[in-house]
Write a protein that binds this ligand. Structure first.
Ligand SMILES: Cc1cc2nc3c(=O)[nH]c(=O)nc-3n(C[C@H](O)[C@H](O)[C@H](O)COP(=O)(O)OP(=O)(O)OC[C@H]3O[C@@H](n4cnc5c(N)ncnc54)[C@H](O)[C@@H]3O)c2cc1C
Length: 399
């Protein structure tokens, strides 16, 4: 017997979880499929990253009634400083409003984000979670049939692939990708520092690769930030051998003016960095979402924010279709989604890719261009467009 759903979502990472909540809110019956049990996401070592959410993402999460669950775990970003470690130039993205009135973005630990989403999903009657893998699927013009590793068969109007950058569904559907290996790995860890962070996020373009410091919690006497250091391979192999206090020395050298002395207070994890962009985001009764569609460089913290833009487009289409009692998986609707989200992703991919290339490269010609200084970029739309995504339009000033 086949169980009938409106939508089957494969993958319950951040993308699949938020998409399931959005579509359930729009009135659809959703099957959420991932072999990882919800408890695994809460496990101490599962995902030690933090995510910077933009103002726009926050507003959408508010519409979905999720922000109230997430907000207690967030730390506000009030200002962003972009430094060129090679020339000592910087750009300060300053929030011109009274800091207590507005924020450029919000930092949240991925584990807290997962936990909040799981609480919300468990309350939804129209989301069913299957702790299984998708073994196979077939599509016709009318629907999709999926076979799960626990023997369950599911029939739905639409299949959403939210199964990450190495998407099994995307591969089986024969959708090709553009892939670029950045020859970098990101070191991720949390630090305590002696000065208040004053809700300042910094992105430092060093010869070794972009180093971001992102504010997390602070109380009267303890101040914490999260570090994402995307290291170029020649340096990565050197730095991987460093002891914690060697890395603390690097942080002290570049960042102590803003944060004081650093102490690493977590394990140091590392992540492979590759750009993946699917050649198309939809096919018959199939839609790619999140990293399955576009996995980008983390230097400006845009991956999940880009995904949320896509989920918002889908949510608006879903509400429209649900009122007219029409199915969401028809070609025409998927084409509208894809057109908008493809454009969103091209813009962000271009900006992150070019910035990383320019500032993380030891090529002599590029070094000369860099010497023109990061101020050159004040007039360029690349940097502005990337970081202004963290503010609502018109509220960001650059000093
Ligand atoms: C170092 C780093 C820092 C980042 N920082 C930020 C940031 O500050 N801000 C921001 O917006 N973004 C950031 N991002 C990007 C963001 O974290 C990712 O875009 C996001 O986590 C991707 O989530 P996903 O659910 O699409 O994919 P994944 O997290 O990869 O989830 C895929 C899920 O699919 C499941 N799955 C796989 N195959 C199957 C199958 N056959 N059947 C069923 N299930 C399956 C897996 O078990 C997994 O749970 C960062 C990324 C990195 C690497």
């Amino acid at each position: 017997m086949k169980l009938k759903f409106n939508i089957a979502i494969v993958g319950s990472g951040l993308t699949g979880n938020i998409a399931s909540l959005a579509l359930s809110e729009a009135g659809y019956k959703v099957a959420l499929i991932d072999p990882n049990k919800f408890d695994k996401f809460k496990h101490k070592t599962y995902d030690t990253r933090t995510t910077a959410l933009s103002k726009k993402s926050k507003l959408f999460l508010e519409d979905l009634n999720l922000w109230k669950l997430i907000e207690p775990h967030t730390c506000v970003i009030k200002n962003i400083m972009v430094n060129d470690g090679n020339t000592k130039d910087n750009i300060y993205f300053k929030n011109p409003l009274n800091a207590s009135q507005d924020a450029l973005g919000y930092m949240v630990k991925n584990k807290a984000l997962f936990s909040s989403l799981i609480i919300a999903i468990k309350k939804k009657q129209n989301i069913t979670k299957y702790d299984s893998k998708v073994l196979s699927f077939s599509r016709s013009l009318e629907n999709v049939t999926l076979e799960l590793s626990n023997g369950v068969k599911i029939k739905s109007d639409l299949l959403i692939a939210a199964d990450g950058k190495n998407s099994f569904i995307r591969k089986k559907a024969g959708i090709n990708v553009y892939k670029k290996n950045y020859n970098q790995k990101a070191f991720i860890f949390n630090v305590r520092h002696t000065k208040k962070h004053n809700n300042l996020a910094t992105e430092n373009f060093l010869e070794q690769g972009p180093l971001a410091s992102l504010p997390i919690t602070q109380n009267k006497s303890n101040f914490y930030s999260s570090i994402v250091w995307s290291c170029n391979y020649p340096f990565y192999y050197k730095i991987i051998k460093y002891k914690k206090n060697d890395i603390e020395d690097v942080l002290n050298f570049y960042l102590s003016d803003y944060y004081g002395k650093f102490k690493i207070i977590s394990d140091i994890k590392n992540w492979n960095l590759t750009l993946i962009k699917a050649n198309k985001f939809y096919d018959t009764r199939l839609l790619l979402l999140g990293d399955a569609a576009h996995s980008i460089h983390p230097l400006a913290g845009q991956g999940l924010n880009l995904t949320l833009k896509g989920i918002e487009i889908l949510y608006n289409l879903a509400i429209e279709k649900s009122i007219k009692k029409k199915d969401l998986g028809n070609d025409y609707t998927l084409k509208i989604f894809s057109k908008k989200q493809y454009l969103n992703s091209i813009t962000i991919i271009f900006a992150t890719d070019k910035l990383n290339f320019l500032f993380s490269n030891s090529n002599i010609f590029l070094k000369k261009i860099r010497k023109l200084g990061i101020y050159t970029f004040k007039k360029s739309s690349i940097l502005k467009n990337l970081f202004k995504n963290y503010a609502s339009a018109g509220k960001l000033s650059i000093k």
